[in-house]
Design a protein around this ligand. Structure first.
Ligand code: FES
Length: 112
């Protein structure tokens, strides 16, 4: 068994936490689509596909607050932990498993 494999995906190093400003994000290109990696004010890291469940706005260009991001197009609020739109809006953006190994950000993305 390989501890680096997660559900058919491989942990991939995509940079270090200081590559992302607090309340900011960075886009990681993957074979399955662009992934927005967010850093909260308290240095937690989350990753979602960079596509709003409403009309595919780029969440990486949204405003991060707490553990949510507000889409730049029509202000839907999306939870960073689960990708769910906050009511009354409905929809979900896929999350991507992410973890920190020291300062290094690791994303579980499909192997290529
Ligand atoms: S595309 Fe995100 S709120 Fe409309």
């Amino acid at each position: 068994m390989d501890g680096n494999i997660v559900s058919g995906s491989v942990w991939r190093a995509v940079g270090v936490i200081d590559d992302i400003p607090r309340l900011g994000s960075r886009v990681v290109v993957s074979a399955s689509g662009d992934i927005a990696v967010f850093r909260t004010a308290d240095d937690r890291i989350f990753a979602l596909y960079d596509s709003c469940p409403h009309k595919q706005g780029k969440l990486s260009q949204g405003i991060v607050h707490g553990d949510q991001v507000t889409c730049p197009l029509h202000n839907w609020v999306i939870g960073l932990t689960d990708g769910q739109a906050v009511a009354p809006d409905e929809g979900c953006t896929r999350t991507v498993p992410v973890r920190l190994d020291g300062q290094t950000i690791l994303l579980a993305v499909g192997g290529s």
